[in-house]
Design a protein around this ligand. Structure first.
Ligand SMILES: C[S@@+](CC[C@H](N)C(=O)[O-])C[C@H]1O[C@@H](n2cnc3c(N)ncnc32)[C@H](O)[C@@H]1O
Length: 445
């Protein structure tokens, strides 16, 4: 008998299953199966555990169910008590691996990267030039037993009572908190959680690295009035316009200054900057080591943000070389041009890589770095890039699935990864950053 697709099927939310937990999967959960073979994606557990999993999403007809481990019957040796009181089933959705030892977190992320490479690119770690490890950011030393306080940018949501908190997993509901353990000290010092925010929907707190600049960005609720902001530290305050959604300055500078790669970077609100204080330096180092720029090179920095890699490349390719950056965010383009104004041979173009790159008329490049958003670069951009014949391409990826998909496209165009490195730039969460260095194969099409 066929089921009627218009008939609502029974929700299984709240059902509990005792399960043996299988491998980790992309997204901060592990895979388990019920006795009848239904697939569960279970959070707050670890591979090899036996848990009671309570369904949080899914119906009788769903391909898979989402669930939380609400009771641990047999614990993994990698399990630790979660240091944060707001982590756990039904609470803050910010961290995925609070309950895992730091080394185990990195191992889990490594397994995810390996699985994505295998499934989507058909590559083993060896074939990708990767030793299979996920390593901390350069120079990141967190004493054993301490929680790394790395988040220099925190987006707090505010509940209807005006309390700041973080969103629950896959929900708009706010978990009020009195402190986020992974927030950098500069963010904690702003004291966002200790204040009341009537009329405000969200508060972004930013603590720049190396300059002492602090900023809060307030998004009022519809019709909400901006409160008088008296924070504990000198800080610039911006607000998001209710109608135009643009950023308006309330007081202080409309940007923060970040230090990385021996330069100062102006970053306006809305412009991208890596959240871990050591991330920018770690990635610049990995990209430069992989690309090995030479004097006179023509270099591309695609999805260039405020110009991080373009700046580092420009200094290496020298007066006879040139760097072209492409970025779609207008304010980031203004910042990139400002940040790199002392470097004559850098040009920053505004627009989407997929439309600007073909329009530039550039038909060759020596080296390329691309650092696309989570969706990756896509087939057409990869094809265009490969046609430029660069001797090396550095691919910086915040999503291993998108990286693996794009590596497959690169393979079809005659480029293969020669090294891949994976960095733990988002401790306690499931996120992982990879840098792959690609070279042309002998049989380029
Ligand atoms: C992951 S960030 C990288 C920024 C920079 N490389 C850095 O490390 O600071 C990705 C950047 O790509 C930009 N972006 C997103 N889609 C784009 C597109 N289709 N074309 C150009 N830039 C894009 C975003 O605005 C963002 O600045």
């Amino acid at each position: 008998m066929q089921t009627d697709p218009t008939e609502p099927t029974k929700s299984l939310v709240g059902e509990e299953y005792e399960v043996e937990v299988g491998p980790v999967a992309h997204g901060g959960h592990c895979v388990a199966r019920t006795e009848t073979g239904r697939v569960l994606f279970v959070r707050h557990t670890l591979p090899g555990e036996r848990v009671v999993a309570r369904v949080t999403e899914g119906e009788e007809t769903s391909r898979f169910l989402r669930a939380d481990a609400v009771e641990v019957l047999e614990a993994s040796k990698d399990r630790v008590p979660a240091p944060c009181p707001f982590s756990g089933p039904g609470k803050c959705g910010g961290c995925d691996w609070q309950h895992a030892k730091p080394g185990a977190q990195r191992r889990l992320k490594g397994e995810v990267v390996a699985e994505q490479l295998r499934r989507l690119a058909g590559l083993t770690p060896d074939e990708a030039g990767w030793d299979g490890t996920v390593v901390p950011a350069e120079g990141d030393k967190v004493p054993a037993g301490e929680v790394p306080a790395w988040r220099t940018r925190v987006q707090y949501a505010v509940d209807p009572e005006g309390r700041a908190g973080l969103r629950k997993h896959r929900s708009h509901e706010v978990q009020p908190i009195d402190r986020c353990l992974i927030a950098a000290p500069g963010v904690t010092e702003l004291g966002v959680e200790r204040r009341s925010w009537p009329g405000i929907a969200s508060v972004e707190a930013i603590a720049a690295t190396g300059s002492g600049d602090r900023q809060v960005v307030l998004t009022p609720r519809p019709g909400g009035r901006l409160p008088l902001v008296e924070l504990d530290k000198p800080v610039s305050v911006l607000r998001v316009g209710e109608k135009d959604h643009r950023i308006h300055r309330v007081h202080g500078r409309p940007f923060v200054r970040e230090r990385a790669a021996d330069r100062t970077w102006r970053v306006a609100e809305g412009g991208f900057w890596q959240v871990h204080p050591k991330a920018a330096d770690t990635l610049v180092q990995a990209v430069m080591q992989g690309l090995m720029p030479r004097k006179g090179d023509m270099a591309l920095d695609l999805y260039c943000g405020v110009g991080l890699f373009a700046g580092a490349l420009a200094e290496r390719v020298g007066d006879k070389g040139a760097v072209l950056g492409i970025e779609s965010n207008k304010r980031a383009v203004e910042d990139a041009r400002h940040n790199l104004q002392d470097l004559d041979r850098v040009r920053i173009e505004h627009g989407k890589v997929e439309s600007v790159l073909p329009r530039t008329g550039i038909d060759s490049a020596d080296i390329v770095v691309l650092d696309p958003p989570r969706a990756g670069a896509g087939k057409e951009t990869v094809r265009h890039l490969a046609g430029l014949g660069a001797r090396r391409i550095a691919y910086v990826a915040c999503d291993p699935a998108a990286l693996a998909r794009d590596l497959k496209y690169f393979a079809a165009e005659g480029y293969r990864p020669v090294t891949l490195r994976a960095f733990d730039l988002f401790p306690m969460t499931h996120h992982v950053e990879c840098v792959a260095i690609l070279k042309p194969t002998g049989n380029r099409v």
